[in-house]
Design a protein around this ligand. Sequence first.
Ligand code: SF4
Length: 958
Amino acid sequence: MGLIQEIDFGTPASTSQKQVTLMVDGFTVTVPEGTSIMRASMEAGIAIPKLCATDMVDAFGSCRLCLVEIDGRNGTPSSCTTPVAPGMVVHTQTGKLKDIRRGVMELYISDHPLDCLTCAANGDCELQTQAGVVGLRDVRYGYEGDNHVFKKNDGAENFKWMAKDESNPYFTYDPSKCIVCSRCVRACEEVQGTFALTIEGRGFGSRVSPGMHQLFIDSECVSCGACVQACPTATLSEKSVIQIGQPEHSMVTTCAYCGVGCQFKAEMRGDELVRMVPYKDGKANRGHSCVKGRFAYGYSTHKDRILNPMIREKITDPWREVSWEEALTHTANEFRRIQYQYGRTSIGGITSSRCTNEETYLVQKLIRQGFRNNNVDTCARVCHSPTGYGLGQTFGTSAGTQDFDSVEHTDVVMVIGANPASAHPVFASRLKKRLRKGAKLIVLDPRRTEMVKSAHIEAEYHLPLKPGTNVAVVTSLAHVIVTEGLFDEAFIRERCDWDEFQDWASFVALPENSPEVVGKLSNVDPELIRGAARLYARGGNGSIYYGLGVTEHSQGSTTVIAIANLAMATGNIGRPGVGVNPLRGQNNVQGSCDMGSFPHELPGYRHVSGDAVRDIYESLWGVKIDDEPGLRIPNMLDAAVDGSFKGLYVQGEDILQSDPDTKHVAAGLAAMECVVVHDLFLNETANYAHVFLPGSTFLEKDGTFTNAERRINRVRKVMAPKNGLADWEVTQKLAQTMGLNWNYQHPSEIMDEIAMTTPSFAKVSYDYLEKMGSVQWPCNDKAPLGTPIVHVDGFVRGKGKFIRTEYVATDEKTGPRFPLLLTTGRILSQYNVGAQTRRTENVVWHSEDRLEIHPHDAENRGLRDGDWVRLTSRSGETTLRAEITDRVSPGVVYTTFHHPDTQANVITTDFSDWATNCPEYKVTAVQVGASNGPTEWQRDYNEQAEQSRRIAPLQAAE
Ligand code: SF4
């Protein structure tokens, strides 16, 4: 249970609105027209008692506590639902009102258990507080109202105390404490958009119910926690509060899961985290959250966490716990030995999108300054590297164009290759809210995701395209826009290169790009392509949101370019409600790319071949920087197999599980002489490591993350690192051990160096972030308040660049041996390779990866729901259980990759994006057949992994 203390009812203040002046309890107050009396009173410093009102949901007017009297009007209207009027004279504290409020509260209390002393919410209960506020001292009607009990469904006279619902792992539902204010129901509808809760029954017998008499765990509830936060009593309470007690202090920090970048108050009791409360002033989430950010933090104290550094000579040896000094000296010596023996470029490193900007900056600095090469890459290689390339080429900035608030101004949303309801849930809630208010939706996705149809939303167009045909379909949308004259000529002439537009227009107008031709190769009805194109071009503000279903293809960069072309052609750039918005997978994908993690770019996306930019770092770091790009992750692995790459520092990344073609990754890692894994757990990559450096969680360090809207959010340390050192300190110590003169005292000093050397971060500092809350880069003298929307007056590159997007079918083809196409994705409760979420109660929703297969394909193979199946590609095979569903089209199968047991990436191939090497995870030709259980590879792998995780007893280390 969490209380929403900061009240902000009614229409938000806006200077453009007509102002209204009124009197409240003798005070004059002026507010915008449409403001509620409750909010106007608050502006005057007057708090009106209330129970059913919160700032997260629309006014409801049901609790009858916030009544007021208004001169010249009859009755006692509720102040939360009554708008102000000019000259209105309002009284909030008359004797009549006080009597009514006490009477109403008396009824509430008579219907509520009197267990305040033992209640988890004691001291943090709005009912308790408001009873005091209205001066209730006595209850005349007894304490066993009908709301405590419920009639059995058989209607018998039997009454029993309502049973608690403890089915959800994170919160409990105690109906006996419910005052039926509907705040939870409204939060589920208005904030989350799931509509999982309802009020069941009538009068005193009414109660909140998930679904139709269901337990929470069996209902549609997605455990976002909005209901728990909205509950004014202890009806819905976090189990952690019941177990640990009420929090005593808090710190605002940022979620370490997805790229939405939700902010939370981490509420603590002593040094124990009690709960994460979504932060109302968090500009990305506005007080909302999902099940991961709000509840799935248990991994930080999980028993699997490794807290001591470890080394071993061979990967078949057991691990030996050592001191930090020994581990770092050993690492430094090994890296220097390898470079001496095999050459300067024989080692490299991988930064992580899970780590902070400051940590990432330090890792690339260590590699460039300490390793003296550009062999640095990031896990963004395998997700959004095509975004960087495609948007950089067309617009001039390798990032999304909008802030999340922009979605509130959109009229038509095109979602391509993304399922925000699973992967970016808080953004999905904001999007659904806009859709419920009338915006239209177009979805391009091989699967019928929740975005296509769910409670109270339905896409106008769903183009269920065949995996691998994105370029053809998006170019075909452009064909319709050009051939039907739906483009915005004025915008193009002013903002883009007209000659390039004409060249591009003549290309997209070719018959081979027509919906009729493309429809055949993509399995999409041409009329759907035509309808979607017309709607996007003519429907008002058109915005595009896309995900890994766009980028993780052999033509990922081409699709990003095609999307950018579409937005420029229709003038949908440079104002609220429009734009091109990559939904970033991990919390700091944007930041890890910004910080110079790619082998060809220094921080701020400046190519290493640029003399001027190299000069900045060479003079600061005192070393020569290569003017040639270094190795990308796949190149490092290839070089390792070839014998020229021997040492790797991997911070916060599990390439064995997350990168494609697992066998090749394993071969590359096994061929190296020193693999250093810096992480929370002995992950799959650590099975091939010689040094393990324990990492710290986001709760244990200071820093910043940059979310999908380029927003730099502070991460704040709420507890000491359990392993003794924050990750930035570990990298610094390694650098010092390698002889570098680093001396940062705090991550703020790292940010100062970033700001000093990176123009788009020039004004960013911890002090500035403290003052502003967060800022979106570019943030410099030209844009001191940051930049919510880019390309407003012109493209960053000057003129927007139209580029032809020739469709080249992937080499990954189906055929008699592999007749189906496999595509992959995420599920709401899990996060990427699951290293964190599998170590939380979230596993109750997803304990294994399953293969979605269409009923037609299942029947052809004699498969039943839940059967073990063998999934085979030319790269390898694995087994998992089947889920028969028409969410996927015939010919397409789908799985998640959250569980190492499944090894889904044993199946994916080594095909990758032509421009960036981003793997083609989304298209793999496969066969599916019946199976009796795990493959030989899975069995061998699991045995080897088990062996590899052995830690020698302490005495052996001594
Ligand atoms: Fe965290 Fe993303 Fe969920 Fe927000 S939407 S709470 S950032 S996982």
